[in-house]
Design a protein around this ligand. Sequence first.
Ligand SMILES: [Fe+2]
Length: 446
Amino acid sequence: MSERMARAVLGQLRAAAKQLTLYPLDHPATGEVLGKLQQSGNDLSRDTVGEVVLSILGDSLYENRSLLAHASLEYNKLLRDLQNRGIESISFEFPVSEGDVYDLAAFASGLSGDIPAGGTIRLNEGPFTRAELESDEAISGLRRSYARSLDVLRGVALAIDVDEGFDLTGATWAVEQLVEHTLAQPSASLLLSTMKSHDEYTFYHSVNVCILSIALARLAGLPEDELKLLAVGALLHDIGKVRVQASTLQYPGRLNPEQWAEIKLHPQEGAAAILAAAAPGQEVAAVVAFEHHARFDGEGYPSLVYDRERHFFSRLVATADTYDALTTRRSYRRAETPNRALQVLLQGSGSFYDPNMVHAFIKMVGVYPTGSLLRLGGGELVMVTRNNEEAAEHPEVMLVRTPDGESLETPEPYSMIGRTIVDQLTPAGAGIDPAALLEVSGFESA
Ligand SMILES: [Fe+2]
């Protein structure tokens, strides 16, 4: 079953709830936003005969009995918000009416206290028990640890924002899970680390950098206890951005000197906040936050006056940080392909980045990193699922689009023998979200 329709409903529900919170009902855009929600709700009927029930259970979202693994993570915050409003399931009967769409958005946004019932959209009628909902145990541990890490970051950010102390116990616990799952399922973890979120860019970015750092440190032979210390630093490296105004972080153009000065403070702010937290291991995490924008050649920010190399962890995290940032679309620039991001690392090797780290990173992800979308000579589109260390030009791939342009609902293993790579596409350019293929392809479940 395609997750696309359900993801569209969640995206439109989020937009509609936001619209109703911020603007009066007669605002010109409100009708349009509600219309899109109605349309996406009705599109759900294409997936099935009869009604569709979206159920929220813990960190997971289900469409009827099927787990929607990617949507669960992509809309993690919305699902949390809906749960906090007391929503456990949403039943859709087709066609959904305009009035019922409004009632749903109004209740979800907190504007109305009336639980929608009796209409074409009804809440909390969930006909499925926990036992009836299917789960994918192989991947769910990894996904759950990603979701928990996002939660930790939200909690820490909130504490810093209101000038409250936080302790690192939650972060330590979350990264222990992340370390365990990343080591057990390296390829799946690397694919999951391509998750993006426009709304919570910094949090998803931080978890991605954490996963990439764990995988890289493992390759460098770091023992597990040190790996956990590194992972806490990687997870919290950008936490100082809580102190930067959202308008500066999301500014769509070139920053003016004041905005730039504000951004440049985030390493210090982050280090100070981490040092104020009470927990063992905080010092090294603070060092990572402090040094992650300092360059290999001593330039960068903050300007470091000490006469030693940056910490090994900082040099490692800086490499992973750059890679994930470059492969993400931001308000002021497009996303780069994974291969192009590696070229940027190579160009900056020895000046911006530690050459040993760049070398190890490329060895780890391969020339065509997991999640890369490649157009082949026959016109078909494939996604890289695993790096081939012996033959870099022949990574393991799945066919996601046929030469005729037909997108496969379930990608199929595909041989690269005798094929040529013509072009690389970004997820936006290909209209494909690599992380969404993690579950449909039954990744590493063997
Ligand atoms: Fe940063």
